[in-house]
Design a protein around this ligand. Structure first.
Ligand SMILES: *Cc1c(COP(=O)(O)O)cnc(C)c1O
Length: 406
């Protein structure tokens, strides 16, 4: 049996991309019972349908398909199972204040997925075709009731299978993913690509509200390095980070690890890079006196180019209330800012958690950098960014970053 004959979809005309217009939709015969949105645990629940498209070098893309959510079958030699040849994206769909479902800057995720796939020599595709397929999937798994009265969490009770929770801070997590399904043990260029999208209704990532978390500063394990692939959302960047994460949780009760990049023998010279699935930002009074500065690590190839990161930088630059810098920031610089009482706020940012305040950075030595965070204070930068991004994402203000899908 050739690789191509293993395809579960029928091959469409070979081309550069699958086409939205070829999308085949098979509805589930077995819809899941309604689940109370309060019970949602991040990434544990999936909707009734998923998107899948498969490519093989001989025939190009097969017909893209939306089909009931369920298992897929893989050749046991599939490269993804041996060499981690996979990548993913993380996006969210929001129930808009006007009743329409919305995505946030989705074209950027499509482009980033394409870049990750290129890094792994997986098949190429037309980003807008995938985006249209995603919108179709969202429309199927989020029945919209235009007559649902208003924007209320209770509207949920009135809609049929309301996969997209209509409650503040709730959303539909969208997981595009691609991998090599090439059934070959060779460490070679893949000849088969599988591209999928899963939908997972989600509540707030780290529990409700702006509750600050503690991060453990990892000065031993290095997530990404110059010349590596740390700027791609590829699986191999994530698998090795779980051990340090579990260790930080068990030994220090830390919610996450913040990674550093050593700069020679002086441990304090190490640079802050980022955290598991979020970029890290520091907001401080400038040492020179005049004004404040928002600092985050530059996109030097060791940092994932977060869309939340980019959006925050664009918003903050637009406000013009303080300096906004993408530059290296060392442990020593943060240490000094803390000693001089200049470190105001530390927060992580990413699609899953949005803006996550951090009130303590803990080092192995026991040294801690504290930034007490007042969740009730509406004037923190964290609160301002959360409000501004939320207003855009939930369509409470008109903004080009928010893209309706229905
Ligand atoms: C996905 C991710 C981010 C955040 O990116 P967003 O586009 O803002 O969601 C940050 N760091 C890492 C390592 C990531 O994987």
């Amino acid at each position: 049996m050739t690789q191509c004959q293993q395809q579960t979809t029928t091959a469409a005309a070979a081309g550069d991309s699958f086409k939205f217009s070829d999308l085949r939709i098979t509805n589930t015969q077995d819809p899941q019972p309604q689940r109370a949105w309060q019970e949602l645990r991040f990434g544990h629940h999936f909707t009734d349908h998923m998107f899948i498209a498969e490519h093989c070098v001989e025939e190009g893309w097969g017909q893209p398909e939306i089909r009931p959510m369920g298992f897929i079958s893989l050749h046991p030699a599939a490269q993804v199972l041996h060499y981690g040849m996979c990548c993913f994206e993380g996006m969210k769909a929001y129930a808009g204040a006007d009743g329409r479902g919305r995505l946030f800057r989705p074209a950027r995720n499509m482009e980033r997925l394409r870049r990750s796939m290129q890094r792994l020599l997986l098949a190429d595709f037309e980003p807008d075709e995938l985006l249209q397929c995603l919108k179709a999937l969202l429309r199927i798994d989020r029945p919209w009731q235009p007559e649902a009265p208003g924007y209320s969490m209770y509207a949920l009770l009135r809609v049929d299978r309301p996969w997209l929770p209509e409650a503040p801070s709730y959303s539909m997590y969208v997981r595009p993913m691609a991998f090599s399904s090439t059934g070959s043990l060779g460490i070679t260029a893949p000849s088969r690509t599988t591209l999928m999208i899963l939908l997972s209704p989600a509540g707030p990532y780290f529990g409700t509200g702006l509750r600050p978390v503690q991060l453990f500063v990892d000065e031993v394990n290095v997530r990404a390095w110059p010349g590596g692939a740390g700027d791609q959302k590829i699986g191999s960047n994530y698998a090795p980070t779980i051990t340090p994460l579990v260790d930080a949780f068990q030994r220090h009760g830390a919610a996450q690890v913040v990674c550093t990049l050593p700069q020679g023998p002086d441990p304090d010279a190490a640079l802050f890079s980022e955290s598991g699935g979020m970029n890290i930002m520091f907001f401080m009074d400038k040492a020179s006196g005049g004004g404040q500065e928002l600092v985050t690590a530059p996109l030097d190839g060791t940092i994932l180019p977060g869309i939340t990161r980019a959006s925050i930088l664009e918003l903050a630059r637009g406000w013009g209330d303080f300096d906004v810098s993408e530059r290296p920031i060392s442990i020593r610089e943060v240490q000094q800012a803390v000693r001089e009482g200049r470190l105001r706020e530390v927060f992580g940012c990413g699609t899953a958690c949005m803006v996550q305040p951090v009130d303590r950075l803990l080092r192995e030595s026991g040294e801690a950098f504290d930034t007490p965070f007042d969740a009730e204070d509406p004037n923190t930068l964290t609160a301002r960014l959360t409000r501004t991004l939320g207003d855009i994402q939930y369509g409470r203000v008109a903004h080009e970053w928010s893209v309706p899908f229905e």
